[in-house]
Write a protein that binds this ligand. Sequence first.
Ligand code: G3I
Length: 314
Amino acid sequence: SQNIILRDLAVPRFFGAAANTTFLFHDVNYTKVIETQFSIFTPENEMKWESIEPEPNGFDFTAADEIVRFAESVNAKVRGHNFMWGNQLPPWVNDTLSATELDRALKNHITTIMDHYRGKLYSWDVINEMISDNTPNETFKDNIWTQKFGEEAMPKALTYARAVDSQPKLYINDYSIEGINSKSDALYSVVSSFLADGVPVDAIGFQCHFTLGQIPDTLQENLQRFADLGLDVAITELDINLMGPSNATALEQQAKDYWTVVNACVQTKRCVSTSVWGVSDDHSWIPNGSVLPWNAEKQPKPAFYAIADAFEGK
Ligand code: G3I
């Protein structure tokens, strides 16, 4: 296993992980894995609004810069995450601003951060989780952005981002859109209308927070239909929750599931990357799900070898 380097097997695609400054350089074995196995990183929390602009026009790039510098040091790319989301917003954004003030704050947020990282980031999740879970009755999620801007929310953020820097790929990132279903259908029509209206968007991120044995059958077909719109697609936050004990049977099923997802990306020409959401089971946002390809001892699990096989076309 020491000789298997997933980032090499993934070429021409990127293999990525959510990177977290809580563990980077603090947990030695985590750091060893993260230094060698990945060619693209997403800051797990460090670029979210509450972290990076906790006060109006008061930016703190410390933790985010740490990840960008680390990525440069191992010759990996960075996916910015994120600009428009209903969660992890500081109180000043969430409740006190008029629509005009919120618009100004959004534009300033995007402009300042993209200026700071000009030339350094591969992409931005400009939009995160803005499609409703109640489609088709409702298309957009009810949050501060849609309350103040209605259906202009997403186009505003995308347009501001493109105006600052035309280099980074602009992503719409979401969950429960991995298979063909009512939510991915809603996204598909939203994105189609953006393309028709000239709203800038380059790619769709499919989060892929999955449960053991429940990978949607239509994953590959769904990636392909978005790719056929002329967009890049990416697996952005893959993890697979065992929902029970980590025994041999469960770990084998988890390996199969990882293979299925990575293979769907490999079979899709426009799929540019597969990223896992974390590295090892002990540092996941899901504490007891054994969700990742490395265990708490930072040893590769069956899922690790399955990812290697999928990238190798086996
Ligand atoms: O930073 C504070 C710290 O100061 C405080 O002492 C501590 C006590 O609770 O909380 C810390 O903040 C936590 C933060 O992670 C940093 O560790 C938050 O409570 C916690 O809610 C937050 O969780 C993150 C979550 O997004 C927030 O919504 C997870 O780490 C992160 O993995 C998760 O990532 C999201 C993606 O951004 C979008 N897609 C879904 C994905 C999983 O939920």
